[in-house]
Design a protein around this ligand. Structure first.
Ligand SMILES: [Zn+2]
Length: 50
């Protein structure tokens, strides 16, 4: 199977070393899988920590 490059949800860069995260809406009811590159994933982790 060919390897599909992932496209980062935040910066639109393609990455073959992507991370997936789960986002919830304001009510915390729905979740969505998002794909992030390494640097955006690091930023997201920092944002979780406040
Ligand atoms: Zn990114």
């Amino acid at each position: 199977m060919p390897v599909m490059p992932y496209t980062c949800h935040y910066c639109d860069k393609e990455s073959d070393n992507a991370k997936t995260i789960t986002l919830y809406n304001e009510e915390g009811l729905e979740d969505q899988l998002k794909i992030l590159c390494d640097s955006c994933y690091a930023d997201w982790l920092l944002s979780l920590n406040g």
